[in-house]
Ligand binder design. Structure first.
Ligand code: TRP
Length: 331
């Protein structure tokens, strides 16, 4: 059985794009592979969150993953900082990570541009910590988006380098998980092709949004002046709404509005009302689970402890092996 691992950014709430783009696949995968999912809170320190924000964000992400359907009894769901072995492997891998290659990393160059006043060493070695996350469970598959491909390649580099240096085949090479056409890209509400947290206000619909907010966001979504004659082309913004409709509505509903568009008698207000109601229907049980789990601190504590225990068992073994391969010996 293959080991699959994914790190989850510990910032902010989950939106429909996260759900259909990743989490839906995680939920399926957890039954088919040995899965590790963790909340990357060490990584988040590169931006210096306050202690309150740090905890609140980790807690919220944990709640929302559980609400979405990650089963902590099936997958290993843990918080990165609960597994200090990761920090030791990070230290050891840092000895074979070179300044030049880290400086050339695209995400580092981007960070320098975005936070020029806080170019800390954690930012520079971010890919090493990410490699430690992956290698600590000797994972084979990492379900990540395109933006993480370079980091994954660096994880392979660091693993291979370790293997070569110590003449071993200890670390397998981790590759991006291929969803084989199951990847669904969720567009934003502002006419852009991607739903994203950091995009314009109102672009994303969060799983925890209440119905009033969802209706308001959808009714404000970007459209155009509408087709004048049958056969007029569809703008990106309207295509986005149809793509959202395809995800949350029935085929009949999609066909109904598609016909109306093709006959050039569509009323975008009707389309939006229907879309908003179908999104509300979809997110309501999720939002209720979020509220329920969020109110149950004992449960969250139990989940976090169980995850930490399972993750540490595997992590401890790796660090022990790595120490011995490197040549640390007990007297
Ligand atoms: N860098 C990833 C992101 O920004 C998060 C992450 C940290 C991660 N460690 C990881 C992803 C290990 C996969 C594997 O989304």
């Amino acid at each position: 059985m293959e080991t699959v691992l994914s790190g989850i950014r510990s910032t902010g709430n989950l939106h429909l794009g996260n759900y259909f783009g990743a989490i839906k696949n995680f939920i399926k995968m957890q039954h088919e592979h040995r899965c590790y999912f963790f909340i990357a809170d060490y990584h988040s320190l590169t931006t210096h969150p306050t202690p309150d924000d740090l905890h609140r964000n980790v807690r919220q992400v944990l709640i929302e993953y559980l609400a979405a359907g990650i089963d902590p009894e099936v997958a290993t769901l843990y918080i990165q900082s609960d597994v200090p072995e990761v920090a030791e492997l990070y230290l050891l891998l840092n000895m074979n990570a070179y300044k030049g290659e880290l400086e050339r990393c695209t995400s580092f160059k981007e960070k320098i541009r975005k936070q020029p006043d806080n170019v800390n060493a954690g930012l520079l070695t971010y890919p090493v910590l990410m490699a430690a996350d992956i290698l600590i469970h000797r994972a084979h598959k990492v379900p990540v988006g395109k933006d993480q491909e370079q980091h994954l390649e660096m994880a392979r580099t660091f693993g291979n380098r370790f293997n070569r240096l110590y003449n071993t085949e200890y670390f397998p090479q981790p590759y991006a998980f291929n969803f084989e056409g199951e990847l669904v890209k969720i567009p934003g509400l502002d006419g852009s092709t991607k739903m994203g947290k950091s995009e314009a206000e109102g672009n994303a619909i969060f799983l925890a949004d209440d119905p009033k907010i969802i209706r308001k966001k959808v009714m404000r979504a970007t459209t155009d002046t509408g087709p004048e004659v049958p056969g007029d082309p569809m703008s990106q913004a309207v295509e986005n709404l149809f793509n959202l409709l395809r995800v949350v509505s029935t085929e009949d509903t999609v066909n109904h509005f598609m016909d109306a568009f093709n006959q050039a008698n569509i009323r975008y207000g009707d389309l939006k009302k229907q879309l908003a109601e179908d999104i509300v229907t979809f997110t309501t049980p999720l939002r209720e689970r979020i509220l329920e789990i969020g109110a149950d601190n004992d449960y969250l504590k139990k989940v976090a402890c169980m995850g930490a225990e399972k993750a540490r068992e595997s992590a401890r073994k790796t660090v022990q092996d790595v120490r011995s391969i490197i040549g640390f010996k007990p007297f």
